[in-house]
Design a protein around this ligand. Structure first.
Ligand code: BES
Ligand code: MN
Ligand code: ZN
Length: 493
């Protein structure tokens, strides 16, 4: 499934010669601290507002720039009647040394201010401190942020609910060399695509569980083939999962009337002799806990328990976890595809039960590495909150690359140890492994369990329980960790 919100996001190079032709609905200009406007602002002023008729506007612009740059106010709108630029939004720009977060916040505010002003079109000027920022991919982050922050979930509301007004964003840059201009356009295009990917992930997550079952995800995945003919899309049903001997995976779906689906999206567009990167996502479309039933408060949030699957092109391990007379019971022992038997002491620790069989399955790809992505443990929310995804890995180089991808995209992860000492937590008298450990380090226990199924390849596990969605007041999906994953895959490290 694809999910573009903005109709266009593109880049336009301007130079002194063609600035007269420049036309814009609203124009957003970031203002540096203690500056009296950059070259671009000066040029706009002398081109459009030099006549006596427009002197008042020229003065208003000077004042707005002064007030914003001194920090008196955070932003100012200047209305510009009679010219091709309708209005200009001056907005405070973060310091040069500021973290990426501040920039993301600024671009998000530009979009929300434009929407609040009912603007359909917005130009955002990329000044020198954006183009040649120490964050090399700041333009990409800008484009991604405008697309992803334009997302609003309306699907299950009355159809008269309006979309946000903003639909077209043009990034302008002033006097770039031909190669700088090409790079900037490429970065805008890439960022827009990543933003769209985040929105597709958000949309699947935000859909209520009765609108997003394993079979619905399957049909949405299959539709992708029409848009991207290069993709290969397979789906395994209950019978096929049984033929593969995925006893662990199937034990999760047993209690539900909704049948499971393991959906596999393959992209073979990379170089022929390079091993594939494999992403595996937890796709529990609703997690009631099963017989180990969850408390009812906030249980609705378990519609997001497929956030891992929604964030990948790869393996989506989908199932619904429900209690019933057919459901798996605490103490039941099942046999996984790897041959290892598992005592299911808690049916609410179901994510690892679908993922372990999916991990065994992906061995056939002889992967360069495997990353699984899962809303796996409440303990991860306790440990890291909503800002960092939990990262655990059997290969430090892979872990380092993932951490760096997270830093570069402001979609950060934080590593937790997977030391041998923790492995004993899955011991039981009745099977090869138990699906829960003791009371401590729940996030690591879960990863230890998974590591027993990932011994044949380089593997990392991202616990996104705290990062995939936020609760009130802005309750909804975040689209994470799509920026981190795309950076990882595209950097081909
Ligand atoms: N999907 C939940 C984890 C979760 C809980 C994510 C709350 C986000 C918010 C997972 O399936 C689960 O229930 N895990 C249990 C594991 C426990 C039984 C060992 C948990 O975290 O309580
Ligand atoms: Mn659970
Ligand atoms: Zn779950």
């Amino acid at each position: 499934m694809t999910y573009k919100v903005l109709a266009t996001v593109n880049h336009k190079s301007l130079d002194k010669k063609n600035i007269k032709q420049f036309k814009s609905g609203a124009l957003a200009v970031a203002v540096e601290k203690a500056s009296n406007g950059n070259d671009f602002v000066k040029h706009i002023k002398s081109t459009f507002f030099s006549s006596t008729k427009n002197q008042v506007i020229a003065k208003t612009i000077d004042k707005a720039v002064k007030d914003v740059s001194s920090g008196n106010i955070t932003h100012a709108w200047v209305e510009c009647p009679n010219v091709k630029i309708n209005k200009i939004l001056f907005i405070k720009q973060p310091d040069n040394k500021a973290e990426l977060r501040k920039w993301v916040e600024m671009f998000t505010r530009m979009v929300s201010l434009a929407n609040a002003h009912n603007e359909k079109e917005l130009s955002i000027h990329l000044n020198d401190s954006i183009i040649s920022n120490p964050f090399e991919n700041l333009v990409e982050v800008a484009a991604r942020t405008v697309e992803s922050s334009s997302y609003k979930f309306n699907q299950t509301k009355n159809k008269t609910v309006k979309k946000l007004p903003l639909s077209k964003v043009t990034f302008t840059s002033f006097q770039l060399s031909a190669s700088e201009s090409r790079n900037t356009s490429a970065a805008v295009k890439k960022g827009y695509a990543i933003g769209e990917g985040m929105n597709a992930t958000k949309f699947l997550g935000d859909l209520p569980a009765n609108h997003c079952t394993p079979r619905i995800i399957e049909s949405k995945a299959k539709q992708l083939k029409k848009i991207f003919p290069k993709l290969k899309i397979k789906s395994l049903n209950e019978k096929q999962l049984a033929q593969l001997k995925m006893g662990s995976y199937l034990s999760v779906a047993r209690g539900s009337i909704e049948p499971p689906r393991m959906i596999i999206i393959e992209y073979n567009g990379g170089p022929k002799n390079v091993a594939p990167a494999v992403l595996v996502g937890k796709g529990i479309t609703f997690d009631t806990g099963g017989i180990s039933l969850k408390p009812s408060g906030k249980m609705d949030e378990m519609k997001w328990d497929m956030g891992g699957a929604a964030s990948v092109f790869g393996v989506m391990a989908c199932a619904e976890n429900r209690p019933s007379s057919k459901a798996t019971k605490p103490g039941d022992v099942v046999t996984s595809m790897s041959g290892q038997t598992i005592e299911i002491l808690n049916t609410d620790a179901e994510g690892r039960l679908v993922l372990c069989d999916a991990l065994t399955y992906v061995k056939r790809y002889k992967p360069k590495y495997v990353i699984d992505i899962a809303t796996l443990t409440g303990a991860c929310v306790v440990a890291l909150g909503q800002h960092a995804s939990g990262l655990m890995s059997n290969d430090q180089k892979l872990a380092d690359n993932i951490l760096a991808a997270g830093e570069n995209t402001f979609d950060r992860a934080w590593q937790l140890p997977l030391w041998d000492e923790y492995q004993s937590c899955t011991k039981t008298n009745f099977a090869d492994l138990a699906n829960i450990g003791g009371s401590g380090a729940g996030t690591i226990t879960a990863a230890c369990f998974l590591s027993r199924f990932a011994e044949d390849f380089k593997w990392a596990h991202l616990d996104i329980a705290g990062t995939a969605w936020v609760t009130s007041p802005k309750k909804g999906s975040t689209g994470r960790p799509v920026p981190l994953l795309t950076e990882m895959v595209l950097s081909s490290k």
